[in-house]
Structures are given as C-alpha cells and as structure tokens.
Design a protein around this ligand. Sequence first.
Ligand SMILES: NC(=O)c1ccc[n+]([C@@H]2O[C@H](COP(=O)([O-])OP(=O)(O)OC[C@H]3O[C@@H](n4cnc5c(N)ncnc54)[C@H](OP(=O)(O)O)[C@@H]3O)[C@@H](O)[C@H]2O)c1
Length: 302
Amino acid sequence: MSIPLSDGTSVPWLAWGNGSGNARHNAVECGKIGLESGIRHIDTAQLYLNETETGLAIQKAGLPKQEVYVTTKNRGDKDTAVPVPIDEVREAVQGSLDRLGFVPDSFLIHNPFVAPPGQLKALWKVLEELKDEGKLKSIGVSNFRPQDLEAILDGAKHKPVVNQMEYHPYTLAHLEPVLAIHAKHGIVTTSFGPLTPSLRHPTGGPLKPILARIAERLTKKYGEPIDSNAVLLLWTKAQGVVAITTSANPDRIKTLGKIAQSNWELEQDEIDEITRVGKTIHYRHYTEHMEVDFPLPNLPSQ
Ligand SMILES: NC(=O)c1ccc[n+]([C@@H]2O[C@H](COP(=O)([O-])OP(=O)(O)OC[C@H]3O[C@@H](n4cnc5c(N)ncnc54)[C@H](OP(=O)(O)O)[C@@H]3O)[C@@H](O)[C@H]2O)c1
C-alpha cells in the first residue's frame, strides 16, 4: 500500500530505517534482508553516515532502483553538526546524491536546527530551486514544530510533502497543532519511533493490555503470530501515516516485510480505542527537537 503525496507521487506506507540500533552499522546486510523480505522503502540520512551502504543494499538485493523508495535528509556539517551555510547547501545535497548513487525519492530537512539561525526559509528555498531544476524529486521536512512549518509555508513555491516526526498514540495530544497544519496543507505525516509505546515506555502505559488484546484477535483471525508492535504499525497505517521502523534482527526484519505486504487490518473501533486511550498520556522518546519551544500538554506520562 502506498500513500499519495501532494506533489503527485506516492510513498510505500512502511519503511525500514537505517538510523537507529544495530541497523545503522549493518545497513548493507540488513537492508538487503529487508528488501528481499518485501520492504520497498528505506529511510536514511546524511547523519547516519550510511547513504553509500543504502545504495549498496539495493544493488546487493538485485533490485532496480525504481522499485525502492529512498528517503534521505540533510544535516549540519558532517563532523560538527554545525549548520551548513546556505551557500554550501547545494554541495551538501550533491554529496548525498553521489553517495547514494541516485536521486533520492524524497529529500528532507532533518530538523529545524540544521539551518543557520533564522535561515530556515532560505534553506527551504534552496531545496525548492533544486526541485525546480530537476535535481531533487519530492522535498519535505522532519521534526518541524508549528513555528517551523509556518516559517517555510509562508510564500512557499512548494509545500513540504511530508513532516517526519516521532508519532505514535502517546505523542498525539502534543502533536495536535502540527497535525492541524498538516491537514490544512496536505502534508503527510511520517512516523519514526512508532514502537515507542510497546518498546520504550517504562511500563507500556495504558495501551499495553489493549494492544495485547487486539494482537490476540488478529493472530486468531489471520493465523499468523501478530504482536503489539505489529498492531502499532497497523494503527499508524490506518491513520494514513507512513511508518518508519527498523530492526537488525533477521527474523524481525522478515516479519516487517510480511507486515508491509499484508492486508492485515484493525477494526474501526480498535483504531478509535488506541487513539482515544493514547491521547490520555504524553510520552516521547526523542525529545531533542520537538520539545524545544513547543509547549507540552498537561498530561501524565504514565
Ligand atoms: N528524522 C529523525 O529525526 C529520526 C529520528 C529517529 C529515527 N528516525 C528513523 O526512523 C527509524 C526507526 O526509528 P526507531 O528505531 O525509533 O523505530 P521503532 O520502530 O520505534 O524501534 C525500532 C527498534 O525497536 C527494536 N525492536 C523491534 N522489535 C522489537 C522487539 N520485538 N523486541 C525488542 N526490540 C525490538 C529494533 O531493534 P532490533 O534490531 O533488536 O530488532 C529497533 O532498534 C530510524 O532507523 C531512522 O531511519 C528518524
């Protein structure tokens, strides 16, 4: 299943990312297993230092590039994470293209802090120009708060097609203002950290028994072992949100390939229950961008 984007392209709903865990350092072998298992979207970034390995994984899997959707993102200077001066951004983008060996399907601003202070709009303009020149395909953003989206949308020639953020039921309450801007401008939400409720929340929170109950129903219905993590991915898909997960464990990667290709679905009342209960707490794993100058909801974390 693919999700349509506002520029007329579309993106496979489940991506395997090579930016976290052991996948980052095993990007060729794990990426190849993912592609062989049926995954058709890889999420990488300049920051992960494995764009070259991303291209190699596709080659090793024996797939033509056009069968695999690839997202990458710019960062600050490669050694210092200091923002790249605006007049050096074109060269930095070209570096990604050279390492990947192709033009990525989408190129994102990794977070608002990779732009020199006050120059987010100028950075977006460079990406717009590169797109107009045919040097980039889809362009989007990541970890953008309401003020960042407003800064680049003001007078934009091209709207970002996606905003990639930590998105799962426990971030929903905080993200409401961001999601309202997405809805108004046709920006697709892309979720990293989608498994945080089941894997990272210290107790699993109020969704723990609910996800387990739904997983049990799906396991019986489809005759396959379906766990709480899979339920979270299916909930993400049901929101029309792209899920970026990862694994370096071959068996788990194969399961992700199965989920990506499956027609497994939650019932509408299960989707609504996860959303409703998720919104009763706030819990985020990656706090370094979205919790700066963006007030948190007055909710418990448990
Ligand atoms: N734009 C950004 O700023 C940003 C930030 C963070 C991440 N990302 C992207 O999103 C991707 C995924 O991020 P994420 O790691 O936060 O996603 P996630 O889907 O929430 O978590 C994936 C992690 O969970 C582990 N895992 C999966 N199933 C498990 C299980 N049953 N038991 C124990 N551990 C399990 C995996 O480890 P194993 O290898 O052990 O399976 C993997 O390290 C990254 O690789 C990156 O591409 C982007």
